[in-house]
Design a protein around this ligand. Structure first.
Ligand code: GLY
Length: 370
């Protein structure tokens, strides 16, 4: 029987193959008036296009697709080796470019790039506060003690490096950071802080910030999605059951706050007058995260999360998919940063990436790139 996701998968392959002829080896971030823009290579989103290309390449073995993915990866070398400007998001960037390349084709240079990126990430660990520092002074002058929930998606690079090198040092850092995430970011109700601030000298927690969410007490939707997915991946590497329980706790909060059409508001606690911004990227990432969670569950528990993931993805496909030629992106209605009025209700490359990744999982892919 042909399922809806088989049809969606075919459409996604067709569309990404088509748009790759124009986008080639550039770095799309958001689609404006139907066409993807091109970001600088050092921006945190630079891995999503090569990652999307590798997802398609895995299925099609199309040499053109591979050529663009490899070229993107090589362009990232200047950012990897420049050091200045490098930030916490090396996981998003190099897992989906170099690690993906290495996992698929065993390219030794790609393996080295992944390991260098992991070393950058490990070097950002603050041993007093047990957190990986976010951003750089240039982005936020006083951010030496800041950690953000997004980084739970970067730590898989550390687990991978530990396995590659047969050396647990990187994993220890990943687990110490995860401990901080579980204790300081996830509230009892399953909602998640975006930014938690520590004194960088003593490591004491000094407070939290709203960041890309509405406020310190609010619940940024994409932050919750990062937590569901990142903690589930962490469980896969460590088998620490607390990670799984926390992932479920956040999953319940996320699922319970979804509207009928499964398209979340950018912040689940945004006041009424600010609920016009939606975030399909949070939905796609959460769905892929729920499918990751399912890998470690069975019986009716697994069925529950699987059903929720499928409902989200089906709605994105049916209600928010852009399957004609007038739009390059696949999924509409993502929000980059509502509070700064930056790309609200816009297609975003990571929405497309996680949508296609989740479809691959629905079709039975067990091992992808994280
Ligand atoms: N990592 C930044 C974001 O989710 O927008």
């Amino acid at each position: 029987m042909i399922e809806w996701y088989d049809e969606a998968w075919e459409q996604a392959i067709k569309k990404v193959s088509q748009i790759s002829n124009r986008i080639e080896d550039t770095f799309p971030h958001v689609s404006i008036e139907g066409q993807y823009n091109s970001e600088r290579s050092g921006f945190w989103t630079a891995g999503f296009w090569p990652g999307l290309l590798w997802l398609i390449y895995k299925e099609t073995q199309d040499e053109n697709i591979k050529k663009y993915a490899v070229s993107c990866e090589m362009q990232l070398d200047k950012d990897l080796h420049n050091f200045v400007g490098i930030h916490h998001d090396v996981g998003f960037m190099w897992i989906l470019s170099s690690v993906a390349h290495y996992k698929l084709l065993k390219d030794e240079e790609s393996r080295k790039r992944g390991l260098i990126a992991a070393s950058h990430l490990a070097g950002r660990f603050n041993i007093k506060g047990n957190f990986i520092r976010a951003w750089t002074d240039k982005v936020y002058a006083d951010s030496q003690g800041w950690a953000i929930i997004d980084c739970i998606m970067n730590v898989p690079l550390l687990y991978w490096a530990s396995e590659e090198l047969n050396d647990p040092r990187f994993k220890h850092i990943a687990m110490a950071h995860t401990e901080t995430v579980m204790n300081e970011f996830i509230r009892n109700d399953g909602s998640v802080h975006h930014i938690v601030c520590f004194d960088p000298e003593s490591g004491e927690r000094v407070g939290a910030l709203g960041g890309q969410g509405y406020s310190e007490e609010s619940a940024w939707a994409r932050g919750a999605a990062w937590a569901i997915y990142g903690l589930s991946i962490g469980y896969g590497y460590t088998k620490d059951k607390r990670y799984l329980d926390k992932a479920k706790q956040v999953a319940h909060f996320f699922i319970a706050n979804l509207p009928e059409d499964k398209l979340p508001c950018w912040d689940f606690r945004a006041p009424k007058e600010h609920r016009d911004g939606k975030d399909s990227s949070a939905a796609a990432c959460a769905a892929s995260g729920l499918l990751e969670l399912c890998k470690y569950l069975d019986g009716i528990e697994r069925d529950f999360y699987h059903e929720k993931a499928e409902e989200i993805l089906h709605s994105l496909y049916e209600n928010y998919g852009a399957w004609g030629d007038e739009e390059e992106a696949l999924i509409t209605m993502g929000t980059v940063n509502y509070t700064r009025s930056k790309y609200v209700n816009t297609p975003i490359i990571y929405g497309d990436y996680f949508f296609v990744e989740a479809l691959a999982k629905l079709k039975g892919e067990e091992e992808l790139f994280w």
